[in-house]
Design a protein around this ligand. Structure first.
Ligand code: AMP
Ligand code: ZN
Length: 143
């Protein structure tokens, strides 16, 4: 629990939410300002601001729930597909500093865009630059 965290307050029942799923580790509820019918947020019950702050148990519980819920949410609102995404950090558009996965149902012809539309202008990278980036990322992961 973090003071002043709106999603911790929802977990604690201090703020109401339209809960659709709950386990010991995870809570899912409808987004209050939905991008589509059925737009659902899935959160770990323990406070963590960024994806990298989740411990292994919370991370797997969160992804298990997302995996389990996505098709069910989609079916419940008769959607054709869904986008699943996390805004991880302020520069990526994260407004609530408690990790949450968005499950956004999508409908044929809804006028929306794929997740590729979230970033800015695409960089124009040479093969050498891509090789260098792959090395840097691999080295950062291999700690
Ligand atoms: P993000 O920009 O990824 O941090 O998204 C935060 C999301 O939380 C937005 O889609 C908001 O509509 C949603 N939201 C904020 N407050 C509440 C709330 N009290 N209940 C449900 N959804 C909320
Ligand atoms: Zn919180």
């Amino acid at each position: 629990m973090s003071d002043d965290c709106i999603f911790c307050s929802i977990v604690d029942g201090e703020i109401p939410a339209r809960t659709v799923y709950e386990t010991d580790e995870v809570l899912a509820f409808l987004d209050a300002n939905p991008l589509a019918r059925g737009h659902t947020l899935v959160i770990p019950k323990t406070h963590a601001e960024r994806v990298g702050d989740l411990d292994a148990d919370a991370a797997s519980a969160l992804f298990d729930a997302v995996s389990d819920l996505t098709s069910r949410v989609q079916d419940a609102v008769d959607a054709d597909a869904a986008n699943v995404g996390i805004n991880d950090g302020e520069a990526a558009g994260q407004e609530v500093p408690h990790v949450h996965a968005h499950v956004v149902p999508r409908f044929e012809g809804d006028g929306g865009a794929p997740i590729h539309a979230v970033a800015g202008k695409r960089p124009d990278l040479s093969d050498d630059e891509l090789d260098g980036i792959a090395e840097e990322v691999a080295a950062a992961i291999d700690v």
